[in-house]
Design a protein around this ligand. Structure first.
Ligand SMILES: NC(=O)c1ccc[n+]([C@@H]2O[C@H](COP(=O)([O-])OP(=O)(O)OC[C@H]3O[C@@H](n4cnc5c(N)ncnc54)[C@H](O)[C@@H]3O)[C@@H](O)[C@H]2O)c1
Length: 470
């Protein structure tokens, strides 16, 4: 396990794949999403590649391999586009294992050939030879890859250690990194629905099972005390958390402190969990004084998301999640809400993963994820955390944030149908001021995308808050 956060966040992302797979094109785009530099290894060789290749492939590989290894070993975590054949070298393969999360860009050979057939690439001059080489290399790439990607979102998810796929619960035993013991911590209600599948998938790795109460009660000191006292795992073990956001928040926090930190793998089962709570490494519990007041950043070693689990989610819980989906789509400027579950979850998870990788400790742009949430928290607090769900409050909060941003609210009205809530206006205003120490700074949605820490005059904020109250 590398990196202070638990996952491999301090490693390079190395893009591998056949000629024409798009490694060089994709590297800078991925790098921007991750807030890193892009390195195209071919550009760093400092040689005329066709001329060197003319002296024989071995002469080229003799230059390429040490340079690739040096780049992998020597720079700040970056996104590297590797030469298609560089992985033939033992040294390069060894360096990838040590220094990189290796992502295979999986593109069919016909597309690759179309892209390179007119180029001066030495190994792309004859179509039959090109196809033979692809057949030869395919198993090599597959054996080396930590993840397989078809687009930029897939690479961002791989960089965050997030695996999204229908049926992935059934592969949990192999998706939990390593081969050590696993303690399965489940939401008591979800355990009755998906617990057995999780246990079977973990097979002989399953060492112990624990349950947390459903809902916010999981995030109490009492629940954590019980869990910590029940755990038997050693330091080489991993905690897997099966349930919604309350389970993953609580079990993740338990993992962050147990034996001074053990690896953990959230397996989110609610829409809120799959598009939001289980991504980004924030874990925590509540205190009587307020929600999420005790917690830690503890990035999971892997996050396993199976959209099929949403099929058993009650409609009301799905609506809770849709508020976060709409928020994410607004921030990304893409209508994620129109997608089917598999793509909706993958795209939302990738968006949040990118933001959190650029700002893992919430010092800057991660604040954008709070779009609408200042209003939501105020409404929830004014309701005494009863009768106004978080999702409903976020839907209202989005209205206020969009109005203050001078944006149209039709989409939010149509998708989430937010209804004003009957809470005390002064109590809501006081709660909002308490939530915001100093001048009122909000997340707004500008023409070029989200802006955070925008100072907004108090009377305008109060006016918009009042409009959300029945
Ligand atoms: N860490 C973060 O970054 C982050 C982000 C957003 C929210 N959160 C936290 O997440 C929590 C809310 O998460 P939530 O909305 O998932 O609530 P939850 O965990 O309470 O789950 C909601 C309900 O759905 C049930 N459920 C979950 N999956 C199911 C399934 N597949 N089938 C049937 N029932 C299922 C649960 O038993 C529960 O009753 C809050 O505590 C919030 O603070 C954390």
């Amino acid at each position: 396990m590398a990196g202070v956060h638990g996952a491999d966040l301090n490693k390079h992302i190395a893009l591998i794949g056949f000629m024409g797979a798009g490694k060089s094109t994709m590297a800078p785009i991925v790098a921007e999403r991750l807030g890193r530099a892009a390195i195209d290894v071919d550009d760093e060789l400092g040689v005329d590649i066709p001329a060197l290749f003319a002296q024989g492939e071995e002469a080229f590989r003799a230059v390429e391999a040490p340079r690739t290894v040096a780049l992998l070993a020597g720079t700040e975590p970056a996104v590297l586009a590797l030469g298609g054949g560089s992985i033939k070298s033992d040294e390069v393969r060894d360096a990838l294992g040590r220094y990189a999360v290796t992502v295979l860009l999986d593109v069919d050979v016909d597309t690759c050939w179309e892209r390179v057939k007119a180029s001066d690439r030495p190994l792309a001059q004859d179509e039959a030879a090109f196809r033979r080489l692809n057949d030869e290399r395919r198993p090599l790439y597959g054996g080396l890859a930590d993840a397989v990607a078809r687009d930029v979102d897939d690479v961002v998810l791989a960089a965050a250690g997030v695996h999204v796929g229908r049926g992935s619960l059934g592969k949990l035993g192999s998706l939990v990194p390593g081969d050590g013991a696993v303690a399965l911590v489940s939401d008591a209600h979800v355990a009755g629905i998906h617990g057995m599948d999780a246990q079977l998938a973990l097979g002989p790795r399953l060492a112990e099972t624990h349950e947390l109460p459903s809902g916010e009660e999981a995030k109490t000191l009492l629940s954590l005390d019980r869990l910590w006292q029940g755990l038997r795992l050693g330091r080489s073990g991993t905690i897997a958390a099966l349930g919604g956001g309350t389970t993953t928040d609580a079990a993740g926090y338990a993992a962050s402190a147990y034996l001074r930190g053990v690896p953990w793998v959230p397996v989110p089962t609610s829409l809120v969990g799959q598009v939001d709570a289980a991504i980004g490494g924030k874990t925590g519990i509540d205190l009587p004084q307020g929600k999420n007041l005790v917690g830690a950043f503890h990035w999971p070693v892997r996050t396993v998301i199976d959209p099929a689990l949403l099929e058993t989610l009650p409609e009301a819980q799905r609506r809770e999640g849709m508020s976060e989906v709409v928020k994410t789509g607004l921030l990304a400027g893409e209508p994620f809400w129109d997608l089917g579950d598999d793509e909706l979850v993958r795209r939302c998870a990738a968006f949040k993963a990118g933001v959190c990788l650029r700002d893992p400790h919430d010092h800057g742009e991660r604040k954008m994820l709070n779009l609408g949430h200042t209003f939501a928290h105020a409404l929830e607090a004014a309701a005494g955390y009863e009768g106004v769900t978080h999702g409903r409050a976020v839907a209202l909060g989005l209205l206020a944030a969009l109005r203050l941003s001078g944006r149209d609210v039709d989409q939010v009205e149509e998708l989430l149908r937010p209804e004003p809530v009957p809470v005390d206006r002064d109590r809501a205003w006081e709660a909002l001021l308490r939530d915001k120490k100093g001048p009122l700074r909000l997340v707004l949605l500008g023409k070029d995308g989200p802006r955070w820490d925008v100072e907004v005059p108090a009377d305008e904020v109060r006016h918009e808050l009042d409009r959300l109250i029945a």
